[in-house]
Design a protein. Structure first.
Lengths: 113, 111
């Protein structure tokens, strides 16, 4: 079946603007994760959803970052008042129930000018 | 001390040789260990998972886990130029569902 999909693949915005990044997990996967990867680094955890609820949001760097998953499938990561330091690749992953292999989407490359 | 440590490389091996990639982790309650391959500009792709001490083989890949030494490794036999990529070590710790990644080791397989 289809893998994890993410849109847009690239996003260029100006400092101070609001952006939304979308993730569509593998069908039937209840666990969904957001990670952020900067150049030369491994992915860093942002938030984990189990169903509709955020089970662990300890990785969100500050209150400008927020994520939702209202129907337990598609998730949206929202970034307010973007800063140049937010520029990175935002990766979404899903797993069947939360303790198994995580499968990654292609990522959204965010550039804040 | 970083939670998951890897040598950033690059690790250069000739075609046909064995590539050995290493990873150490700090949290003794870590339970699950994963190796992901990441080509430049692409997202991580799972290569191997390992949960118990010892070796696990899958084709040209062997993962090795030593929980007492808090060490996990990936061996790639008969290395091919297409194996050139960054290899990320990732760890599931305790009851946390998130993965903690190392910075990755860049592997170059030369002709």
């Amino acid at each position: 079946g289809a893998g994890v999909s993410q849109t847009p693949s690239n996003k260029v915005t100006e400092k101070g603007k609001y952006v939304e990044l979308r993730c569509d997990p593998i069908s039937g996967h209840t666990a969904l994760y957001w990670y952020r990867q900067s150049l030369g680094q491994g992915p860093e955890f942002l938030i984990y959803f189990q169903g509709t609820g955020a089970a662990d949001d300890s990785g969100l760097p500050n209150d400008r970052f927020f994520a939702v998953r209202p129907e337990g499938s598609v998730s949206t990561l929202k970034i307010q008042r973007t800063e140049r330091g937010d520029s990175a690749v935002y990766l979404c992953a899903s797993s069947l129930t939360g303790q198994e292999t995580q499968y990654f989407g292609p990522g959204t490359r965010l550039l804040v000018l | 001390q970083k939670e998951v440590e890897q040598n950033s490389g690059p690790l250069s091996v000739p075609e046909g040789a064995i590539a050995s990639l290493n990873c150490t982790y700090s949290d003794r309650v870590s339970q699950s260990f994963f190796w992901y391959r990441q080509y430049s500009g692409k997202s991580p792709e799972l290569i191997m998972s390992i949960y118990s001490n010892g070796d696990k083989e899958d084709g040209r890949f062997t993962a090795q886990l030593n929980k007492a030494s808090q060490y996990v490794s990936l061996l790639i036999r008969d290395s091919q130029p297409s194996d050139s990529a960054t290899y990320l070590c990732a760890v599931h710790t305790g009851t946390a569902s998130k993965l903690t990644f190392g910075t990755g080791t860049r592997l170059q397989v030369t002709l």
